[in-house]
Ligand binder design. Structure first.
Ligand SMILES: [Mg+2]
Ligand SMILES: [Zn+2]
Length: 103
């Protein structure tokens, strides 16, 4: 399944509910699911991490449906097979140090 097909599936299942909820509250749900993913990572529960990854993807797809954005197209526009900053594969950019989960 392509990202586009997943987004279309989410549209078929949830678009009416998403539309009634609106963009801002759907965004808040997405952020909540990202938080749940972070807590699952800290707990180290691989099964739970898997379900939270799916929730994040589902809510991101719902948000894109409301914003009328083609998620697959946006991803490939920004990441066209190379790092968008340095243009290399693999990326040669320096990453800021010291980033850690703090939940
Ligand atoms: Mg969840
Ligand atoms: Zn790079």
């Amino acid at each position: 399944m392509r990202i586009r097909e997943f987004q279309e599936m989410m549209r078929r299942i949830y678009y009416e509910k998403d539309r009634r909820r609106g963009i801002e509250r759907t965004y808040i749900w997405l952020v909540e699911e990202v938080g749940e993913l972070g807590r699952a990572i800290i707990r180290g529960d691989i099964r739970e991490i898997g379900t939270e990854v799916a929730d994040v993807m589902a809510w991101l797809a719902s948000l894109c449906n409301l914003l009328e954005l083609d998620l697959e197209k946006m991803c490939l526009n920004k990441y066209p097979g190379v790092c968008p900053r340095c243009g290399s594969v693999p990326c040669k950019c320096n990453e800021p140090r010291g980033r850690r989960l703090a939940l």
